[in-house]
Structure formats: C-alpha cells, structure tokens
Design a binder for this molecule. Structure first.
Ligand SMILES: [Cu+2]
Length: 119
C-alpha cells in the first residue's frame, strides 16, 4: 500500500501588532506653568477658567487655586504657546498675569465674578 503524504505548508503570518507611533504628545513636550489670576473671585470663575483652558487642544490639566489666585496648567508645548494660555484666560474676562482681561468679556461676567468695586 502506498501512503500518500500530503504536506500542507501553512504559512503563519505573524501579525506584528505593534501599536505604531503614537501620534499624540511626546512627554518631553509637556510643560507646567502657574499663571497669576489676580481678578479671580469665586467658584464660578474657577469653573469658567478651568473649562476654557481644558477646551484647548494641547492642555492636559488646568487647576485653579482660588486661595492662591493662580492656575496651574500642564500643556503640550508643541501645540500651545504660553501666550495662548494668557489669551484664552483674558478672553474669558480675567486678567492673566500682567495681561488685562478683555473688557467686553469681563462686563459679561456674572456679578459675583466681577471685582468688588464693579458689582
Ligand atoms: Cu466668579
């Protein structure tokens, strides 16, 4: 009797499932900065500023400290410049460091968020 051996060669294609290059941010691009918020008043201000900064592409975290009147921002330097952060804050109606608030935005803030002399 003849035994026929059929040899099946199966080629296994090793799927190299490496996740590939992350298109996102490189850790070395992350910077942290504290920006003075001399006109910040209340919890609402805190929310406005946090939300405004977090909405920016490249901002990782934004934490407003009401007692210190500062915001701590971690951001991607390859996407955002420090002046962009200032600009976002001033457009929300708040002074950012030495950069004055946008007057119109400030006028549109709720009363509790304005300086005591403007309420
Ligand atoms: Cu407020």
């Amino acid at each position: 009797m003849k035994l026929l051996l059929h040899i099946f060669i199966s080629s296994l294609i090793a799927g190299c499932s490496a996740p590939g290059a992350f298109s996102g941010s490189d850790r070395s691009n992350i910077a942290a900065v504290k920006i003075d918020l001399p006109t910040v008043q209340c919890v609402m201000c805190q929310e406005f500023i946090t939300d405004g900064l977090m909405a920016m592409d490249g901002v990782q975290t934004a934490y407003v400290n009401l007692n210190e009147e500062k915001v701590l921002v971690k951001y991607d330097k390859s996407k955002i410049a420090l002046t962009d952060l200032d600009q976002t804050i001033t457009k929300l109606g708040y002074q950012a460091g030495d950069v004055p608030a946008n007057a119109e935005a400030y006028n549109n803030l709720p009363g509790c968020c304005k300086l005591p002399q403007d309420r």
